[in-house]
Design a protein around this ligand. Sequence first.
Ligand code: PMP
Length: 404
Amino acid sequence: NSYLSTIPEGPPDAILGIAESFKSCTDPNKVNVCVGAYRDSSGKPWILPSVRKAEERMLKDDTVNKEYAPIAGDGRYVELALRFAYGNEMDLGSVAGVQSLSGTGACRIGGHFFARFAPKPKGLDRLPIYIPNPTWGNHIQIFKECGLDVQRYRYYDSKTNALDYDGLIADLKEAPDGSVILLHSCAHNPTGCDPTLQQWKDISDLIKEKSHHVFFDSAYQGFASGDAEADAAALRLFVKEGHNIVLAQSFAKNFGLYGERTGTLSVVCNTPEERSAVMSQLKLIIRPMYSSPPIHGSSIVKTVLEDEELTKEYYANCEEMADRIGSMRRRLVEVLKEVGSTHDWSHVTSQIGMFAFTGMSSDMCDELTSKYSIFLTRDGRISLAGLNEGNIEYVAKAIHDVTD
Ligand code: PMP
C-alpha cells in the first residue's frame, strides 16, 4: 500500500472550481458570471487588437527568439511596465522591479520579500499582513504560504453596501506598528468600492504614523475608469507621500493577457544602492521557485508600450472594455427594475471595476446556480463582463426571482 492511497481529496478552488462546474453544465441557458475575465458583447474572450498587432510584429521580427529571460525578467519590459504604473514623472532609479508570473506570482514574491526582510513587530514571531475583508480569496493562501500571519481589516459594510471607512481606520490603528497593509490600488475585488482620494490621503497619513508597510495589489489599472492614468492615482499618491511601497502589478485584465502570466513586482527604495541590494534579494527569491519568467506576454506588453501608435490603440482598447462593463452595470440595474424588482440596487451602479457585489446571500447564489444555471461565487459577486444583451434579461429575471 503506497502513501499515495492515504492522501485525502482536497477541496476545489472557490473560484476556479465553479468555472469547472460551468464547463460541464449542459443547460443551454447557462451563464458564467464567476471568473473575472473579460468577454465581448457576444460572450467571447477578446484578444485586444493592439495585442494582436504586437504579436504579428513579434512573429516578423527575426531578432526575437526563445532564449531564457534573465532571473528578473526582461529589463526593458519591467521598465515600461513600471512607467505605466508609476507615471512619467517618477524617477525609477531607486525602484527595484522584477518580472513576475502575473499578479499572483507578484503577490508571492512580495510576500516572501516581506517575510524575509521586514522586521517583526515586538513580541510577535510572525510578521502580520492585514488584508481587506472581503478580498480576492487567493490572497489568504498566498500570504500564508509566504509565512506571514494573515489578519483582516474591515472593508465593506454589508448593511450600507459601501466602504466601511471607519472600520478600516479603526483596524489599521489597532494593528501592531510595522504591520504590512495590503491595499487594492483600484477597483477593489470583490466589492467594487474604493476609498475617495481624500480617504486615501488620510489612510496614507495613518499608515505613516503607525510605521506600517504598504503592499499595493494592482490588478485592474485601466479597468476601473477606462483610463489607466486615473486608476493609478492612489498608488502614485502613496509614492508621493514617501512610502516605500511594494507593488504587485498584473497585466491579466487590462491587457487581456490572462494565460500569458505577465506582471511585475517592485519595491520603491530610497537610493540606487538600496535598489541594487533589493534586486539581488528578489532574484534569490525567484531562482529556486521558477528560475526565470515566461517571455511571450512580457514581449507583447513591451512591444505595445514601446510604440506610440500601439500604445494609443491599446488605451482605446482598454477604454472599450471598461465602457462595455460600465454599460452592463447600468443595464443590469435598469433591467432588474423592468422585470419588477423593487430592491434598491443603486450600490451596483456606484461600484466600479469588473464586478457587481450584489449583496445576495450564499443561499440565493446557490439557487441562481441550481435553478437557473447561473454560475457565480457564493459571496454574491457577479462578473459584469459575463453579461451581454443576449443574457442580461435572463440573469435579471433570475436575480429578481431569488431576491424577491
Ligand atoms: N489581485 C487581485 C485583486 C485579483 O483580482 C487578481 C485576479 N483575479 C489577481 C491579483 C491576480 O491575477 P493574475 O495572477 O491572473 O494576474
